[in-house]
Design a protein. Structure first.
Length: 270
């Protein structure tokens, strides 16, 4: 099972900067200078910077370019994240809400309570429930795990990363998948890091079908004052249904019943 690509924001956002953002990065980075490859330095600084962030909230922009139908879809919204605590026995939580700019009636919403991801699918009037693997936290499905919490050394062993330039505000890394499971998700990605904080500001994907997806976070507030109540448990809207999705590595049931409410134990907001 692959989690929805929209969940990318939930994973990327943990590494956002808290200061005012510089101007948006250009679509193409400048040519790299003639110097030693700084990939190791950038990843090391990124890993250390991420470890200092416990929570955040940010505005989020996503743009999808469909090369087959020659369309461009733009969504705007917000993303929130809060780390869990082993001592307090609390799980990490995250949420994402996006609204299509030209059609306010079209929206996307995801909520993660640390054990499950709930995807609101308005077109189907359903909430899809994905159970997260217990041993990998938010997920091990794709490249976004690297941005969320993979160690720099592990990231270099899983992806080919190439330094592609810098400007007055940003460093640029091109990322290429090595493993087959990652190649099914994307053929190339670009990470844009803020020089001041060593944290990502933007991520861009090229999909196997040549579609492009970019995420941008123009405003962010790291270590925001969030609580468990910021991430309420899903409530089924009238006329909607639950859809329990198969766990990773499992096939869907032969005769799924979408009207059966999933067996999920909530932790009462703790």
């Amino acid at each position: 099972m692959r989690f929805p690509l929209a969940a990318a924001t939930l994973l990327l956002g943990v590494s956002l900067a808290s200061a005012q953002m510089p101007p948006q990065p250009p679509s193409q980075p400048p040519a790299p200078p003639a110097q030693a490859d700084p990939v190791d330095i950038i990843l090391d600084r990124w890993e250390k910077a991420m470890g200092q962030i416990d929570s955040f909230q940010a505005t989020c922009h996503r743009t999808t370019k469909d090369k087959v139908y020659n369309t461009v879809e733009k969504y705007e919204g917000s993303v929130r994240f809060m780390k869990g605590s082993v001592a307090a026995k609390t799980a990490p939580r995250a949420s994402l809400e996006l609204v299509r700019k030209d059609r306010p009636d079209v929206y996307e919403k995801l909520v993660c309570n640390g054990t499950h991801v709930y995807e609101y699918v308005a077109s189907d009037k359903a909430i899809r429930v994905y159970e997260l693997p217990k041993n990998v936290g938010v997920g091990d499905d794709n490249f976004l795990q690297f941005v969320f919490g993979m160690k720099a050394a592990d990231a270099k062993s899983r992806y080919k990363m190439v330094y592609s330039g810098r400007d007055d505000h940003y460093y640029y890394l091109d990322v290429f998948p090595i493993q087959q499971r990652d190649q099914a998700e994307f053929t190339k990605a670009r990470l844009v890091f803020l020089q001041q904080t060593s944290l990502p500001r933007q991520i861009w994907f090229l999909k196997p079908n040549q579609n492009e997806i970019s995420w941008d976070f123009p405003q962010a507030n790291a270590n925001a004052q969030l609580t468990a109540q910021t991430f309420p448990n899903p409530t089924l809207p009238q006329g909607w249904q639950w859809q329990r999705m198969p766990a990773p590595g499992q096939n869907p049931p032969a005769n799924p019943n979408p009207n059966v409410k999933p067996t999920v134990r909530f932790n009462n907001g703790n």
